[in-house]
Design a binder for this molecule. Structure first.
Ligand code: AOF
Ligand code: ZN
Length: 341
């Protein structure tokens, strides 16, 4: 199953809002097929796994066990049901990590396979699977994007100097942030960050997709020659419409930032954006924390002091540490929101 998860992760950033799914076919302790869901709208993991079986191994398929990180689909979506494929290939045994919360599937896939005599084992490494696909599970069950708050702070707890762009993180961490962006559907910054930093919010230090940029500009303060108003990638501006021709930029006139947050989250989910990464600044991060509108915090802790500046937000009491690791001179700490308080 861990191999399924590793394969699934290869689809990161390419399949959203679909889940990342991996499948492995095993005959007598030997892997004879592997596959993953590679791109939204294209073949599912099970299809790619069966396609990968070499001609000399095809006769083993009806005597093999299929491991799949997600319950095989039951519905006719953009591709035919994987359940039917498993039955056509007469695969006698199936092991899955998670049932598919998609109402079109939700247990029906496993039921159909069991009824046809397939030996089904479910909930194997279920927690790991839930964490792997936390964006998808959030989007499909809560109709909300999974919200990640990301900030970098100095050793003495500052986000940056007041009123000036202040590099806090190391080059390696910046690359990591670009990787995170490429795995995220949308990135948000507030007006102050947009005005002070003139960020691009792109993925120039990593490969992969360019996420939707979202910015609060409630009083129209962002200079019109700034990157976020360059119409180079899909951008949502919560603020007054600007003069000029915009093709990839949409404006949502909105004067109150705290009112804008819920409607923005709703709008993201409706447009198939399953994740949002909030990259600052202090005010926007605090609004998400105060509204308990967050699921995960990614904190980049640098080892140098700034002496003064904008204080970083305090970690909320319901933040549970998940993992931490070093990168250059930074330490990355990941927290998730406790669901019990
Ligand atoms: C699987 N294997 O690899 C994936 C599944 O529009 P479609 O046809 O691509 O269907 C998307 C839905 O199928 C998605 O919301 C989820 O319920 C399931 N994803 N199922 O059997 C896969 N990616
Ligand atoms: Zn499928």
């Amino acid at each position: 199953m861990r191999r399924c998860f590793d394969l699934a992760r290869l689809g990161a950033g390419q399949v959203s809002p679909n889940p990342m799914v991996g499948a492995v076919l095993v005959h007598n302790g030997r892997i004879i097929g592997e596959g993953w869901h590679q791109k939204y709208g294209e073949a599912h993991a099970e299809v790619n796994c069966l396609r990968s079986v070499a001609p000399e191994n095809r006769a083993f398929i009806p005597h093999s066990t299929l491991y799949c990180s997600l319950e095989p689909c039951f519905h006719h979506g953009k591709t035919p049901p994987c359940v039917d494929l498993i039955l056509q290939h007469k695969i006698p045994a199936l092991v899955v990590a998670n049932t598919d919360p998609n109402p079109l599937v939700s247990g029906k896939g496993l039921e159909k396979l069991k009824a046809a005599g397939v030996n089904v084992k479910s909930a194997v490494l279920e927690e790991e699977g839930l964490w792997l696909n936390r964006f998808f599970f959030s989007w499909i069950t809560r109709k909300k994007p999974y919200v990640i708050l990301k900030w970098a702070q100095s050793l003495d707890g500052f986000l940056g100097k007041t009123g000036e762009r202040t590099p806090v993180s190391e080059a390696a961490s910046i690359r990591l942030v670009h990787k995170w962006r490429s795995e995220t559907d949308a990135i948000l910054v507030g007006t102050n960050t947009a005005v002070i930093d003139n960020p691009r919010l792109d993925t120039r230090f990593y490969f992969g997709k360019k996420p939707l940029r979202v910015v609060f500009d409630t009083h129209g303060k962002i200079p019109s020659n700034y990157h976020l108003l360059d119409d180079s990638v899909e951008t949502w501006v919560y603020g007054p419409k600007r003069l000029g021709i915009f093709i990839k930029t949409q404006f949502f006139p909105q004067e109150n930032q705290s009112v804008a947050i819920p409607s923005m989250l709703d709008n993201l989910a409706k447009n198939n954006h399953a994740t949002l990464m909030v990259e600052g600044g202090a005010r926007v991060l605090q609004q998400f924390l105060d509204g308990n509108e967050w699921d995960e915090i990614r904190l980049l802790q640098n080892n140098r002091r700034l002496g003064s500046g904008i204080p970083a937000p305090s970690l909320p009491a319901n933040a549970i540490p998940v993992t931490s690791f070093g990168i250059g001179n930074d330490r990355v700490e990941i927290f998730r929101r406790s669901t019990t308080c």
